[in-house]
Design a binder for this molecule. Structure first.
Ligand code: ATP
Length: 310
């Protein structure tokens, strides 16, 4: 439903980037609906930064096409003034206050100064704007970076791993900020290598693994797509590690969680056959299972099974 409301803000068709022999981004067909917080999720090296850099006209695609805010990727000047971005750590003067740093940017960008208090307010730095940048915490530095990306009143905000290095409180604050920014009508495209950091705030997810897209849709679609989880327990806890190996040998992802083994079932085609196989293999190794339960999985289970399947 979400994607049908208006024209997507970002659309890519078979977008590809090769560096020599290495394919960093491999045939990406992503779209980002207007007005959402879209999470762009993938492990380190999955191709997120390269994709974002292509969308911002900083890297030229090897193949494929894309539009941003309805404009062709080949003509970045037609859309870039409507896009705010935080891709690498922004270059701020450490000795200047947050406010003075933003002033440098408004002067350079021909942006009205009235935007400075407005964006400081949005990112929650209104009462710290006068303090030197070097005195800011990492979270505050990130927020000033977002303030700076918002100065030009963009329609699309692109953030590359803004939660990187933040503590749990900083991550929660960042989520709240992203939600708040999206509520003003902006579309936010934000990358992370940790789904768990962003899942609560994302309306839309694009997941990549080794340059390839493995999922795109709403978080509820991700959950609905067969994300059950198998929970196993053994009579003796010394058998748990061997059980993990057995399940992995059957082609599923398994991990030890305390006294249990968890297996995301998203990538398993026939659950009954799989369960029988696990049980038989465990018996073959003289491991007695005292619990075999299928429960509703988490988003992480689903992601893990997608990435594992890719
Ligand atoms: P991270 O979270 O670690 O930044 P990422 O998902 O953003 O990861 P990219 O930085 O896009 O991934 O990198 C994808 C792949 O492309 C990696 O294998 C990387 O080494 C390679 N790559 C990226 N930029 C270049 C470049 N300029 N020259 C050669 N290879 C590159």
């Amino acid at each position: 439903m979400l994607e049908l409301m208006t024209e997507p803000v970002v659309v890519t068709h078979s977008l590809t980037k090769r560096y020599g022999q290495r394919t960093a981004v491999d045939g990406l067909d992503m779209h980002v609906p207007a007005g959402v917080v879209a999470g762009f999720i993938g492990a380190n090296g999955a191709g997120k930064t390269t994709t974002l850099r292509m969308l911002l006209g900083l890297v030229r695609p090897s193949a494929g096409t894309a539009t941003v805010l309805g404009h062709d990727l080949g003509d970045p000047s037609s859309y870039l003034r409507k896009v705010g971005a935080l891709i690498e750590s922004p270059a701020f003067y450490p000795g200047l206050s947050g406010e003075r740093n933003l002033k440098v940017q408004t002067s350079l960008g021909g942006i009205p100064e009235r935007r400075i208090p407005e964006v400081l307010e949005v990112v929650g730095l209104a009462d710290r704007g006068g303090d030197a940048y070097k005195s800011y915490s990492l979270g505050m530095k990130q927020r000033l970076g977002i303030a700076s990306a918002l100065l030009g009143e963009p329609e699309l905000l692109v953030l590359d791993e803004p939660t990187n290095g933040l503590d749990p409180t900083g991550i929660r604050d960042m989520r709240e900020l992203l939600r708040q920014v999206a509520d003003t009508g902006l579309t936010v495209l934000v990358s992370s290598h940790q789904l768990v950091e962003l899942e609560q705030v994302c309306d839309w997810l694009v997941m990549v693994d080794a340059g390839r897209q493995v999922f795109q849709g709403t978080t509820s679609q991700l959950l609905a797509a067969g994300s059950d989880r198998l929970v196993l327990a053994t009579e003796h806890s010394r058998d748990l590690d061997r059980l993990v190996a057995i399940v992995q040998a059957l082609g599923a992802l398994a991990s030890r969680q305390g006294r249990k083994v968890h297996v995301p079932l998203g990538g398993v085609d026939d659950v009954t056959t799989f369960l029988a196989g696990v049980n038989r293999a465990a018996m073959g190794e003289a491991i007695v299972l005292v619990e075999i339960a299928v429960t509703a999985g988490t988003l992480e289970d689903r992601y893990a099974s997608l990435v594992g399947a890719a």
